[in-house]
Design a protein around this ligand. Structure first.
Ligand code: GNR
Ligand code: NI
Length: 174
């Protein structure tokens, strides 16, 4: 297992649409294991493959609390089957937008169909933080970031600051 580099906005990769996984084999499971380790290391509660530069429809999620036992979820080709009319607000963050947080409104509950670690088709009904996280991660697979739900003014300001951060980092590295 290895920790991979997380891609930070702005980066055109984050805006690409990820492709469907055709078969779940050992290389898929190696990727899932690397993603989980990268997510725990960050630390974060979810990670989409695109965030480590792999344009495949693959997610890892673990919304268990620190004191609780770990509950990793592996979702391949996730598809939202149902979204509740009721919405909820969560303060969202993103490992690709370090240091930025915003309250985002999304359907409170959802039912998601996916393929698991072993290649089996599964269905999951989610609410609370898990529901929000699943929707946040599926957005990544479609090139969408949570800042896309903010006003253009706020979004542009965040992107501008991240661009500056990257430029000054480039200078330190050079
Ligand atoms: O670690 C994360 N926390 C989080 C908090 C609220 C809503 C969504 C998330 S996902 C985020 C990790 C990440 O960027 N996943 O793509
Ligand atoms: Ni994210």
């Amino acid at each position: 297992m290895s920790i991979r580099n997380i891609i930070i906005e702005p980066d055109p990769i984050l805006r690409k649409k990820s492709t469907t996984v055709e078969t779940v084999d050992d290389s898929t499971r190696k990727l899932l294991d690397d993603m989980l380790q990268t997510m725990y290391n960050a630390p974060g509660i979810g990670l989409a493959a695109v965030q480590i530069g792999v344009l495949k429809r693959i997610l890892v999620i673990d919304v268990s609390k620190k004191e609780e036992e770990k509950k990793p979820l592996f979702l391949i080709n996730p598809e939202i089957k149902l979204k509740s009319k009721k919405t909820s607000l969560y303060e969202e963050g993103c490992l690709s937008l370090p240091g930025y947080f915003a309250e985002i409104e999304r359907p409170a509950e959802c039912i998601v169909e996916f393929i698991d670690y072993y290649g089996k088709k599964k269905e999951l009904k989610a609410d609370g933080l898990l529901s929000t996280c699943i929707q946040h991660e599926i957005d990544h697979l479609n090139g969408v970031l949570f800042i896309d739900y903010l006003s253009k003014l706020k979004r542009d300001m965040i992107i501008k600051k991240l661009t500056k951060q990257k430029k000054s980092l480039d200078k330190t590295v050079l």
